[in-house]
Design a protein around this ligand. Sequence first.
Ligand SMILES: Cc1cc2nc3c(=O)[nH]c(=O)nc-3n(C[C@H](O)[C@H](O)[C@H](O)COP(=O)(O)OP(=O)(O)OC[C@H]3O[C@@H](n4cnc5c(N)ncnc54)[C@H](O)[C@@H]3O)c2cc1C
Length: 448
Amino acid sequence: MNIKAMNTPAMNTPAMNTPAMNTPAMNAPAMNARGTVHVVGAGIAGLAAAVLLASRGARVSLHEAAGHGGGRCRSFHDEVLGRTIDNGNHLLLAGNRAVMKFLDHIGSRDTLAGPADASFAFADLRTGERWSLRPNAGRLPWWIFSRSRRAPGTTAGDYLAVLRLARADARATVADRINVGRPAFARFWEPMVLAVLNADAHEAAARLLWPVMTEIFGRGAEAARPLIAAKGLSRSFVEPALRFLESRGATIRFNHRLRAVERQGEHVHALEFVRTRHDIAKADRVVLAVPPASMAELLPEISTPRGSRAIVNGHFLVKAPLPADLPFLGLIGGTAHWLFIRGDIVSVTVSAADALAEVANDEIARRLWADIARALSLPAAPLPPWRIVKEKRATFAQIPEELPRRAKTATPWRNLFLAGDWTDTGLPCTIEGAARSGFAAAEGALGG
Ligand SMILES: Cc1cc2nc3c(=O)[nH]c(=O)nc-3n(C[C@H](O)[C@H](O)[C@H](O)COP(=O)(O)OP(=O)(O)OC[C@H]3O[C@@H](n4cnc5c(N)ncnc54)[C@H](O)[C@@H]3O)c2cc1C
């Protein structure tokens, strides 16, 4: 990777001005061909914005605070396991349109893998029961009327309750709309809410679950087919995106933290990084694709969600033979919620894990291994080599109070656009939402 160093000397920061107008910007005028788009943040949202811009011939300069791209969706080499692992397991769906568009641009759609059909396998760790949810082909979801395609002990009516989410008002939680006393709650609704909203059903915003449920189960089996990045998140999403950008002449700067956005009236006129400062010319545009906490520091005028929820992942190096035909498994009745197998690494995810994230790593490893051993019929001892990854700000708190705080793509500054999974995409914090937000910001910067 050709990472170009900045040579511009640092300058004093001029006094920052608040915008004269608080009204949202009108669409930016079509970009002058010679302008540069500065994209700040190389998570999925920033990468998607940069890739779309570069594919349309824009000159792109990408700035990232960390020494690597990917943000909350990345791989790293772990010394203890001697393997490259992901910060956390990520599940995608074949019907994630923006994700597929992004992967098609960067040529890595074929790095995703999953079962041949839409099949979500589950194991109940308390009872030992196993089943698979198997949505059918075609838009009419007749699978809910077939006992062999749904969770044991559930009825078609339990799934038709999804329609109650469509009519949920902005203040409703999932538990307000779905009967938590029925067996279908533990066997279907709770795993879905945790996976999609990273929050307990008693606080999770019902309104945010609806678009994903329609995406998973309302567009037929092909769209619902689950996929994982079989060779790791960076191999699918980050490395090919950076190669694509480099091939289009983009400038990529890591370890380049944005410290201040200088703005006057309706325009941003300079970006101040830790050691350098960039003037923003009239034809330039800026896309900020940073998480809410950074955004609140950079631009306090922009409304951002305030709370966050954690996700904990445990990765274990397993020498025993592992099932080859089971890329992932939903777990009920334990600490872990989802189990993924990649080569000789078994990884488990715990969502809405704020309390667990306070527990010592070796204790977490013991609890998670107990679940894995039961699910895969492996010996409970000795504990294999492990690595615990705690993402304390994995997503913003996807609860009703936070939804009005999601910001729009356009800002009061005509040359500045926002991206990030936390912006007002109408979707939960997912790769799909992040990619969609990046595309929207890129379109804004292009004047589209
Ligand atoms: C453990 C875990 C599991 C998940 N599971 C799933 C899943 O199964 N399916 C799914 O679809 N989604 C999942 N997600 C969510 C998904 O990872 C995120 O929605 C997505 O990666 C967010 O991308 P983003 O670009 O919006 O933000 P980020 O990834 O946070 O990117 C923002 C970038 O901005 C950089 N930055 C911050 N401040 C500055 C600054 N001042 N200057 C320059 N750069 C800055 C950061 O370093 C970062 O690289 C999961 C997330 C986690 C953490």
